[in-house]
Design a protein around this ligand. Sequence first.
Ligand code: SAM
Length: 244
Amino acid sequence: MFRPDLYQALHTGNDGDIAFYLSRCQAKNTLELGCGAGRISIEIAKTGAQIIGIDEHTGMIDIAKQKATEAGVSEKCTWLEADMEEFDLKKRFERIIIPYSTFYCLPDLSAKRECLKSISRHLTLSGELWFDGYLMPSNEEYEFEGHTEYEDLMEIEVNGQKVKVQEMDQHDQDEQRCMIHYRFLFEDGSMHKEKIHHHYIYPDQIKDLLKQCGLKARYIWADFQGNPLKEDSERMIVCAKLAQ
Ligand SMILES: C[S@@+](CC[C@H](N)C(=O)[O-])C[C@H]1O[C@@H](n2cnc3c(N)ncnc32)[C@H](O)[C@@H]1O
């Protein structure tokens, strides 16, 4: 069974991502897709922006609601349990964001296309879509195909208990799929397992998808500082707008 408390304790973001999304969304009406526990949305809400966060997991939405209340911004935030692949909120936003490789949770190109079509129906004329994701090397020298062994990843603290986390990755380069397996080892000897499926994409694919959905890539950067993408970049930061 999915454990939102473990998921949020483990997924703490990438260096600089909160500051980056804050700089893009400061005081702008913003929609976050796959908002999780509100790690980024709540910070944006603190700047005075109205925020809508969508997540498919009730448990994540429940944590986001509680954290927004604790931060004193619950009136700025609306949390919706919904699928980011297809949604109709009957309103448009100045910013739509999908931080932290969450776009890769959509299982294939078709699901990504549907999500981008939904996004194009929700952006204002001057609105911006921003998202980031890791980049897998596209050459044949990629170091593993198949799966790794379980390795210690980190230690987290959940409800006052220390929990050791181990990770094992499966990778299929032809299908552009990663499956990340986690083992959570508790002090009392019990164990919990979770897995995450990712379908990752490359910059040229995202440019094509955006075009097919009435959107246009404005920038594709290698990092949160806006440096240009290179062959060996490990990350891409994408900004898109409505095509017309
Ligand atoms: C890596 S977490 C990111 C959470 C948050 N954006 C952050 O940066 O901390 C990915 C989130 O996306 C949600 N998610 C995955 N697929 C989704 C879908 N199809 N529709 C809505 N939410 C989804 C998961 O439940 C999870 O909370």
